[in-house]
Design a protein around this ligand. Structure first.
Ligand SMILES: [Zn+2]
Ligand SMILES: [Zn+2]
Length: 358
């Protein structure tokens, strides 16, 4: 039987291991994709560690979330269709596709309305189903594939996670007026894509916030009008000043106690705080601020399949500035995780196949 290679987690907290598996044959609506690009997401760091930080509530383990080891993670996946099941009608072998990984249960109101990200029983590819840190990935239905023929797979692959995550949150944020400002906190893979997509959606006055000056420079390149290093002691006041007293939105792609603290203090009355990052910890604020400042504090989780299709259309139309992509061989996944953990990555690391098939 033909085999394929994957880099799997076999024990929480340990490095990824190269394994050989039998290559599955797609049946029914299934599609077998030969992976040509797999993005490394910040959440893969949490996955490797085995848990997320719930502050005073302790930890949420991935085992509790239904992940079992050994597992092939990696949820930003693009590649070439290698084989299709007998019932597949819309994709062909040889076609270049991007995988929508946020598959819902299929049976709830959210799923029926294509709001998979609001489904409470998601069957995520790269968490509950085998993902893209591999030479091949079996996708359960052709409807979860988006055509990216003619595009660079490594360039567009982050849109399936970081792209639609910020797109979803920015849609929830809603438009701002000409003289209003929005801060985008955290300028990692999520934040960089957020600036680019926000500009494409028509947001103009963006302040990038991070603790790393090199990332702030890159954020300006992506389209942020201003940038602030949040390690300064007067970060709240400075942010208010930069926004001319009209900081009406904050998109937090970091999502830690520090960013939450700054966001709710710096925002103007009726401001919206959209949280997508999951660095973890506890969120503290005086409760009276919610009514008195008419504040919106809202979370948003990943994104939906119509949003991914829309984003790819925007890419094709040349509306989205490409964020920096660092291409690396998949066999270097453990080194890449270390670099991401230590803040040494600007933009996104995307794995490409190397000698792993041999
Ligand atoms: Zn992700
Ligand atoms: Zn559902």
């Amino acid at each position: 039987m033909r085999q394929y290679i994957s880099f799997d987690l076999t024990e929480w907290g340990k490095p990824f291991e190269k394994r050989r598996n039998n290559l599955p044959q797609p049946t029914g609506n299934e599609v077998l994709v030969r992976v040509t690009a797999a993005g490394l997401c910040h959440s893969d760091l949490h996955v490797q560690k085995g848990y997320m930080d719930l502050g005073q509530e302790g930890r949420l383990t991935f085992a509790e979330r239904g992940a079992t080891l050994p597992m092939t993670f990696g949820h930003e996946i693009a590649g070439i269709v290698e084989a299709v099941g007998g019932d597949v009608t819309n994709v062909q072998c040889g076609q270049q596709v991007l995988v929508f990984p946020w598959i819902g249960c299929g049976n709830c109101n959210a799923c029926h309305e294509d709001r998979e990200s609001d489904c409470s029983a998601m069957r995520i590819i790269g968490l509950k189903q085998k993902g893209g840190f591999a030479s091949h990935c079996l996708v359960e239905h052709e409807k979860f594939l988006v055509d990216i023929e003619g595009l660079d797979a490594a360039d567009v692959v982050p849109h399936s996670c970081s792209g639609i995550t910020v797109f979803n949150a920015l849609e929830k944020m809603g438009a701002l007026r000409e003289d209003e400002w929005m801060a985008i906190m955290g300028c990692g893979g999520l934040g960089m894509n957020a600036i680019s997509i926000a500009c494409a959606m028509g947001f103009k006055n963006i302040i990038a916030v991070d603790i790393d000056d090199a990332k702030l420079d890159a954020a300006r390149e992506m389209g942020a009008a201003k940038a602030m290093n949040s390690q300064r002691r007067d970060a709240v006041k400075e942010l208010q000043k930069m926004a001319d007293g009209r900081l009406m939105g904050v998109l937090d792609t970091f999502g830690g106690a520090v960013t939450g603290r700054i966001a709710v203090r710096a925002m103007s009355k009726a401001g919206r705080y959209l949280l997508v990052g999951q660095a973890g910890g506890d969120f503290h604020m005086p409760q009276v601020w919610l009514p008195q400042k008419a504040m919106t504090v809202r979370g948003s989780h990943v994104g939906n399949s119509p949003q991914l299709r829309k984003l790819i259309e925007m890419v094709r139309a040349g509306e989205i500035k490409q964020m920096p992509i660092e291409r690396r061989p998949l066999s270097q996944i453990n080194d890449a995780l270390e670099d991401l953990k230590n803040g040494r990555v600007t933009g996104r690391i995307v794995f490409q196949p190397d000698e792993i098939d041999k």
